[in-house]
Design a protein around this ligand. Structure first.
Ligand code: 6U4
Ligand code: NA
Ligand code: NA
Length: 156
């Protein structure tokens, strides 16, 4: 088994909209994604989620709700990405562009799946429905999905 690297991923909601960011660099560049990044030493997952949201779009989360975890295993990468997913509609500030993200509000009825990572259509609808999730995706060397699964954690 590959070692795991831990990440957070935050989705911000207001009315019937969700905030996504066009990634400017690194993993996921040129795709719309949630806000997040690598867990640092001496911080909790929750602190990481708050920090990354603030660094990447300027918003201050007053509270976050955890929806679950997805593991992403990309062929050729030395780590499995363990991504902890949070949502919030309790925040201060207005989204601003950063070096890493260009934020934009989307109607929940008009999600730009064609500009998101390929796994998004499988799990982001669950986030939009505020459903708990616990999933796994495996990708080939061309970043095509070759396996995916969700654990049934309803009632947990
Ligand atoms: P730097 O550039 O070092 O500041 P950092 O912000 O720490 O980076 P980054 O942006 O590389 O980390 O983290 C990757 C982000 O992508 C995390 O928020 C998790 C998220 N992510 C990882 N795999 C994903 C996938 N398959 N689909 C998806 N988001 C994914 O939608
Ligand atoms: Na990031
Ligand atoms: Na970051």
């Amino acid at each position: 088994m590959k070692p795991v690297k831990v990440y957070t991923l935050v989705f911000v909601f207001r009315e019937n909209q969700v905030l996504l960011g066009m990634k400017q660099r690194g993993f996921g560049q040129d795709h719309y994604m949630g806000f997040g990044g690598k867990l640092e030493l001496n911080e909790t997952l929750y602190q990481c989620a708050v920090r990354e949201l603030n660094e990447e779009c300027g918003l201050i989360a007053n509270s976050l709700t955890k929806l679950g975890v997805i593991n992403f295993d990309y062929q050729g990468e030395e780590h499995i990405m363990e991504v902890h997913i949070y949502v919030t509609s309790d925040f201060d500030g207005v989204p601003v562009r950063s070096e890493e993200m260009d934020p934009k509000w989307f109607s929940v009825d008009n999600i730009p799946y064609d500009q998101m990572l390929r796994d998004s259509p499988y799990w982001f609808p669950k986030v939009l429905k505020n459903e708990k999730l616990n999933g796994f995706f495996e990708f080939d060397e061309n970043k095509k999905i070759i396996n995916h699964s969700f654990n049934d954690i309803s009632g947990v």
